[in-house]
Design a binder for this molecule. Structure first.
Ligand code: DX5
Ligand code: ZN
Length: 226
């Protein structure tokens, strides 16, 4: 069980939202008690899909008070950190696999004033992050291969969350553990028990007929865990 007693955060991912009704969809999850809004930035290179850049994030910014959790699935992300911060990102998470000098990139994120996160793909071990644990504010464990919403959760990810929590506790580090990909009612409680602090949910919220109701239902389910 995680040693962090704080309430788990739910971060709906706009990847699965309907952009023709985006203001309404954001309002629905905010009113239902979302903690962060997760924004997936894809470059068609690091991942085989494209989404949006800083302009859209800046346009979304006035629609909500929720913190913006920007997940950059782009190669050489150090080129754009300032742009995403200026667009309104509160957290900026880069991929370990996309950084040539991950330690420097984390430092650069911190210099923008944003919370600094590092993410690992399913094929990357938790041990790869050992030299970065002291420097990051959050670690994002990908529980699917990044690029698309609606994929199946990779069960092995649960063990990675556990391993990460143990390492952080051994070193007395206050770093948030976030999980992204295939998270829903069938695995959310187990992820929190394994040590996750933040759950990203795309299709399990926005593919539901009523995203606000889906989020409230998820919150109810998790209240019993922590
Ligand atoms: C996938 C993205 C996720 C995506 C998750 O590469 O990083 O944030 O929105 O979607 P679901 O929850 O549907 O797996
Ligand atoms: Zn994401």
């Amino acid at each position: 069980m995680s040693s962090n007693p704080a309430r788990v955060k739910i971060a709906p991912s706009l990847l699965s939202a309907n952009f023709a009704r985006i203001a309404e969809q954001i309002r629905a999850v905010e009113e239902a008690g979302a903690d962060w809004l997760h924004l997936d930035v894809m470059d068609g290179h690091f991942v085989p899909n494209l989404t949006w850049g800083p302009k859209i994030i800046a346009d979304l910014r006035p629609l909500t008070r929720l913190p913006f959790d920007c997940h950059l699935m782009i190669d050489a992300p150090e080129r754009y950190l300032r742009d995403y911060r200026e667009a309104g990102a509160d957290s900026i998470t880069v991929h370990w696999e996309a950084c040539r000098h991950a330690s420097r990139t984390i430092q650069q994120i911190k210099e923008t004033g944003a919370r600094a996160g590092i993410s690992i793909n399913p094929a990357t071990t938790v041990a790869s992050l050992d030299e970065l644990l002291d420097d990051v504010d959050l670690i994002l464990v990908m529980s699917v291969n990044p690029g698309f919403g609606g994929q199946r959760f990779i069960p092995r990810s649960l063990e990675k969350v556990r391993q990460l929590r143990v390492r952080l506790e051994e070193r007395g580090l206050d770093c948030a553990v976030e999980v992204d990909g295939g998270v829903g009612a069938e695995n959310a409680a187990a992820l929190v028990m394994a040590g996750a602090d933040i759950l990203v949910m795309g299709s399990s919220i926005f593919a539901a007929p009523d995203p606000g109701a889906a989020l409230r239902e998820m919150r109810g389910l998790l209240e019993c865990v922590r």
